[in-house]
Design a protein around this ligand. Structure first.
Ligand SMILES: Nc1nc2c(ncn2[C@@H]2O[C@H](COP(=O)(O)OP(=O)(O)O)[C@@H](O)[C@H]2O)c(=O)[nH]1
Ligand SMILES: [Mg+2]
Ligand SMILES: [Zn+2]
Length: 378
């Protein structure tokens, strides 16, 4: 079904030139306006791209280049405290004619998609902030990988935004029905949209999800067609796509802008592809809702779903309702996020239990820790 593209011929950049920027169209809601009144004399803006220490920010008077204040830099605790694309920030001026604007504050995020570079500890990074929806983009050809999808879904559920799976390049897929079945078994309770940028009606259904005043982030591996989709929705090549062989093997080309408003009032965020997506925190209870539900039916409350009698998870695998790969994927992600929310003492305890469960079982580990804690009292 073909729907006329509502974003075509929209002269957003004309608006900028004419200083007619409507911050509401850029997602500025009452909630952020209220918070901004705490900062008297500062101007509110939204980060539209970042390059190293410099931020491109859009505010009522137009775009400007900004950097964080020295005090801000001094106070940050983690990388994710720094502004990211989509953040609302408080600036000391509304033009950069006389030098870069200074960012003094980042307004409280209502959501954030955070990645952690795999293998490195504590380097978490804001991929997109203040988003309502996350379009998890995966191509139906080379990039297709259910385990990766589970990873993305786990982070997306944890972000406070609602995930939608966007399958791209359907024109390059010969077994769509089969792939859809597989995706649906993994994307529990999540909308799945099939797209292709090869025809105009192949992606317009995405517009149904991008509501006025809302922000949608396109997330996924490099080369799956995120930028092409967004350009299609905008009806103009605002973002640079990479020309490559149709095989997903693209390199990220830096874009000047990553956040842009659609005529409909919605805002889209294009993100550069991520080769690695480490978990900082994840919500496995939603991403693995099926396993969670099954666990409740296991005979033992602390069932590890390995060899216990009356294990509903193992039964589901046996009956073919759940794949072993999915359970393993769940375990892997669980392990990565295990220490989340624990204090240092709890982490230490957990590590000890693990260590000792390998040697002499949990009993020994508990005893050891008890002894250790006793000694601490004296
Ligand atoms: N066959 C086919 N190629 C596509 C489609 N969408 C994008 N491409 C191509 O895939 C490559 C990568 O696209 P791009 O939008 O830059 O991917 P991104 O890295 O996810 O932003 C480009 O060469 C596009 O022309 C599609 O639906 N079908
Ligand atoms: Mg791109
Ligand atoms: Zn079990």
């Amino acid at each position: 079904m073909y729907k006329p593209p509502i974003s075509y011929n929209y002269s957003f950049w004309e608006d900028i030139k004419l200083n007619k920027i409507n911050m509401q169209n850029l997602g500025l809601s009452q909630r952020f306006l209220n918070e901004s009144t705490l900062y008297i004399g500062l101007t509110i803006g939204r980060v539209i791209s970042q390059y190293k220490d410099l931020y491109k920010v859009i505010c009522e008077k137009g775009e400007l280049i900004a950097e964080v204040s020295g005090k801000f830099r001094f106070q940050v605790k983690t990388l994710s405290d720094y502004p990211g694309v989509g953040d609302f920030v408080m600036l000391d001026r509304d033009t950069d004619k006389n030098g870069n604007a200074i960012i003094h504050n980042v307004l409280t995020r209502k959501s954030a998609f955070i990645r952690k570079a795999a293998g490195t500890s504590n380097v978490e990074q804001i991929v997109a902030a203040n988003i309502d929806l996350v379009f998890i983009c995966m191509s139906l050809n080379n990039d297709f990988n259910l385990r990766r999808l589970e990873r993305y879904l786990s982070i997306a559920w944890d972000s406070n935004a609602i995930p939608v799976v966007v399958l791209t390049k359907s024109d390059l897929c010969g077994d769509l029905a089969e792939k859809l079945l597989a995706v649906n078994s993994v994307a529990v309770g999540v909308d799945v949209v099939v797209t292709t940028s090869m025809s105009e009606d192949g992606y317009l259904q995405l517009l149904d999800y991008i509501k006025e005043g809302q922000t949608v982030a396109f997330i996924g591996s490099s080369g799956v067609g995120k930028t092409t989709l967004i350009n299609g929705l905008l009806g103009e090549n605002v973002f640079e796509t990479k020309e490559l062989r149709n095989d997903d093997k693209g390199k990220h080309t830096t874009t000047r802008r990553e956040l842009i408003a659609l005529q409909s009032g919605g805002v889209v965020i294009d993100t550069p592809g991520m080769r690695e997506l480490g978990l900082e925190s994840a919500d496995l209870s939603k991403a693995f809702f099926d396993i969670n539900e099954l666990s409740a039916k296991c005979k033992f409350n602390d069932c590890s779903h390995t060899s216990e009698p009356g294990c509903a998870v193992q039964q589901a695998i046996y009956d073919g309702f759940l794949s072993l790969e999915r359970l393993e994927s769940y375990r892997k992600l669980e392990k990565e996020t295990k220490y989340q929310g624990l204090n240092s003492k709890q982490i230490e305890t957990t590590k000890f239990s693990e260590m000792f469960s390998e040697v002499g079982g949990m009993k020994n580990a508990r005893k050891f820790i008890k002894e250790k804690n006793k000694k601490r009292l004296y």
